[in-house]
Design a protein around this ligand. Structure first.
Ligand code: SIN
Length: 556
C-alpha cells in the first residue's frame, strides 16, 4: 500500500557510494543500491560484511546503529565447541525445546554451521570468555544437555555488535543510514509502469531527522529488523522492537507463520523502575534457584531439569504459581555463589541489580516473566528467501523452522549468523540479476494532503491499550474467550490507526504503532488458528498437543 504517490517530489538517482547517500537542498531523496538491508543487529551487519565483497550495500536503521536487540543479548551464542559435545546433541536439544515441530533440515543446517561461523567472529576480533587453560568458558542454559554457550561475561551481544559495526563502518562498500525508519517495501504497485512479475524493488524510509521520505531502490532487499516485544506491556526488549519487518512483509504479501509462539523469558527483574531488565538464563545455568516468596523451590514439580527446563515450561510454571499464590513475583536465588564470582561472571547484571537496591550475593531477587522473543515471523526457506522475489529475511523477524514451538536458549544469535550466511550464498548465485535489478522507475513518496495531527493523545492511547490487551488476553496462558475478545478489540485499534496513518503526517511513533498493531493482529490470528497447546502456545480450551501439530501455521 503506497500511502500517497504523485508526481510532485523531485527525484534524483544517486550513484552508489557512501558520499552519495545524502542530498543537499532539502529535496526528497532517491538512492540506488545493489543490496538494501533493513536493520543493524547481528543479522544485518554480518550479512552486510559478507555481501560487500561483491555488492554495494546500504543498511538503514531507525536509531543509532548500535541500538538493536543484539546489543542487549546477555547469555551468548550456542554452538558445538567442546570436545565432549556433538552436533547430534545440539540438534536433539533444539528439537526437544521446540516440541519436535521444528524443521529438522533447518535445525541441522544451522547447528552444523555453528563452529565455522564462530570462527568468523573470532577473526574479526570478537572475544569470548576463556578459562585459565585458554579454552572457551562455555555456559549452561535451559534445555541444553551440555555446556555450549559462548559468552563475553554477560554482555555477549554488545561485544558482537560492537565488533561487527566497527568493521562495517570501515567498509567503503557499506553505507549505514542511521535514524531512517523503513515505512514500506516497494512493490510492483509502486512502479510508474506496473509490468512484469511482482517482486521487491527496495523500500521507502522516513528520515527521522528531516521528516522526509527517502526512496531506496535495491536489487535485493533483506529484512533484518528483529522482533516485536513491544507488542506486549512487559518485555525484555528495547523500545525499537516493534515488529516493523513482519508488518511490512505482511503488507507486501509475504507469508507469515507461527506468531502464536511468543517466548516469555522467565526471569526479568521485578521493579517498575527496571523496565523488565533481563536476568540471564545463564544465572540458572550457574545453579540459580527459583523460589516462591515463602522461600520454597517449585520447579521440581514441573520438569526433570528443574530450573533448567526449556523456557516455555519455566515461564508457565511461574505464571501458574503466581496465580495460585496471588503474589506479584517469585525470586531468583544466587546466594550460593561468592560475591567475587558473581561480579566477575555477571558484572552488568550484578551492578544493575545493585543500582536498583538488590544485592544478588546477599538475598534472592524478585523476578517475573516478560515477552522476550518471537519464534514466528516471515516464512523463509533454507536460503532465507521469502515468497516474494528479491526479498530475503534473517533473524528474529523470520520463521525459519529452527525454533519450532519454542526457541532453545542462545540459539537466536546463532540463527542470525547462519541465515545471514545462507542469504549471502544465494545472493552470490544471483549476482548478475541483482546488479541489473535496481533500475525501475519507482513512484516517489508523496505526502498528499496529510496534515500535522492536532491530537496525539489517540496514538498514546492506542499504544497503551494494545500492549495491555496483548499481555492480558494473548499472554502466557490463553483461552478461546480471551483470544476472541482480543480479535474484536484489535479491529477497533486497526481502524483508528489506519485513519491516523492516512490523514496525518508520518511520525516514527505512528509508523511503529501501525506495525505493532499489525503484528498483534497477526499474533491473535495465528493463536486462534492453532487448536492445541504446544510449546509456547498454551490454550486452556485445547490443553493437549495435537497428534499432527502444524509445523507452519501460515497466515496470509
Ligand atoms: C538470556 O541471557 O537469558 C537470554 C538469551 C536468549 O534469549 O537466548
Amino acid at each position: 500500500m503506497h500511502k500517497h504517490s504523485g508526481p510532485n517530489s523531485s527525484q534524483t538517482d544517486y550513484a552508489q557510494n557512501k558520499q552519495s547517500t545524502s542530498c543537499a537542498g532539502g529535496r526528497d531523496r532517491l538512492i540506488k543500491t545493489d543490496i538494501l538491508i533493513i536493520g543493524s543487529g547481528i543479522s544485518g551487519l554480518s550479512l552486510a560484511l559478507k555481501a560487500a565483497q561483491h555488492f554495494n550495500v546500504i543498511i538503514i536503521t531507525k536509531n543509532d546503529a548500535m541500538e538493536s536487540n543484539t546489543r542487549y543479548a546477555q547469555g551468548g551464542i550456542a554452538s558445538v565447541m567442546a570436545q565432549i559435545d556433538n552436533f547430534e546433541s545440539h540438534i536433539r536439544d533444539t528439537m526437544e525445546a521446540g516440541a519436535e515441530i521444528n524443521d529438522l533440515k533447518s535445525v541441522e543446517k544451522v547447528v552444523r554451521s555453528g563452529p565455522r561461523l564462530i570462527n568468523e567472529l573470532l577473526k574479526i576480533g570478537v572475544r569470548f570468555a576463556r578459562t585459565r587453560q585458554n579454552i572457551f568458558d562455555l555456559g549452561m542454559e535451559g534445555g541444553h544437555s551440555q555446556r555450549r554457550v559462548l559468552h563475553a561475561s554477560d554482555v555477549t551481544g554488545l561485544e558482537v555488535e560492537k565488533k561487527l559495526l566497527l568493521k562495517a563502518k570501515k567498509n567503503p562498500k557499506i553505507s549505514i543510514l542511521e535514524y531512517h525508519a523503513a515505512i514500506d517495501l516497494i512493490m510492483k504497485r509502486h512502479l510508474k509502469r506496473r509490468q512484469g512479475a511482482d517482486r521487491c524493488y527496495g523500500a521507502y524510509a522516513l528520515d527521522k531527522k528531516t521528516g522526509r521520505v527517502v526512496t531506496i531502490k535495491a536489487g535485493a532487499t533483506v529484512l533484518a529488523t528483529g522482533g516485536a516485544g513491544k507488542t506486549y506491556l512487559y518485555t525484555s526488549n528495547p523500545d525499537i522492537a516493534s515488529g516493523d519487518g513482519i508488518a511490512m512483509a505482511c503488507r507486501a504479501g509475504c507469508r507469515i507463520a507461527n506468531l502464536e509462539f511468543v517466548q516469555f523469558h522467565p526471569t526479568c527483574l521485578y521493579d517498575p523502575r527496571a523496565k523488565s531488565f533481563l536476568l540471564s538464563e545463564a544465572l540458572r545455568g550457574e545453579g540459580g534457584k527459583l523460589r516462591l516468596v515463602n522461600g520454597k523451590r517449585f520447579m521440581q514439580h514441573y520438569h526433570y531439569r528443574n530450573e533448567l527446563a526449556p523456557r516455555d515450561i519455566v515461564a508457565r510454571a511461574i505464571d501458574y504459581e503466581l496465580k495460585k499464590s496471588g503474589e506479584r513475583y517469585v525470586t531468583l536465588d544466587m546466594t550460593h555463589h561468592s560475591r567475587a564470582f558473581l561480579k566477575k561472571r555477571f558484572p552488568t547484571i550484578y551492578k544493575t541489580c545493585l543500582d536498583f537496591g538488590y544485592d544478588l550475593a546477599a538475598r534472592p531477587v524478585p523476578v517475573v516473566p516478560a515477552a522476550h522473543y518471537f519464534c514466528g515471523g516471515v516464512k523463509i526457506d533454507l536460503s532465507g528467501r521469502t515468497n516474494i522475489n528479491n526479498l530475503y529475511a534473517v533473524g528474529e523477524v523470520t520463521c525459519s523452522g529452527l525454533h519450532g514451538a519454542n526457541r532453545l536458549a542462545s540459539n537466536s544469535l546463532l540463527e542470525s549468523l547462519a541465515f545471514a550466511d545462507f542469504v549471502y550464498r544465494d545472493l552470490i548465485k544471483k549476482q548478475q540479476h541483482i546488479k541489473a535489478s535496481n533500475n525501475q522507475n519507482v513512484n516517489p513518496w508523496d505526502t498528499g494532503r496529510a496534515t500535522d495531527s492536532d491530537e496525539l493523545v489517540g496514538i498514546t492511547q492506542n499504544w497503551d491499550e494494545i500492549r495491555r490487551m496483548m499481555w492480558n488476553y494473548v499472554g502466557i496462558v490463553r483461552s478461546n474467550k480471551r483470544l476472541l475478545r482480543a480479535r474484536a478489540r484489535i479491529k477497533i485499534f486497526s481502524d483508528e490507526i489506519r485513519e491516523f496513518y492516512w490523514n496525518f503526517t508520518l511520525t516514527p511513533n505512528l509508523l511503529e504503532l501501525r506495525n505493532v498493531c499489525q503484528v498483534a493482529d497477526l499474533t491473535i490470528r495465528c493463536a486462534l488458528k492453532r487448536k492445541e497447546s504446544v510449546g509456547l502456545h498454551y490454550n486452556i480450551d485445547y490443553p493437549k498437543p495435537d497428534l499432527n501439530s502444524m509445523k507452519y501455521n501460515i497466515i496470509r
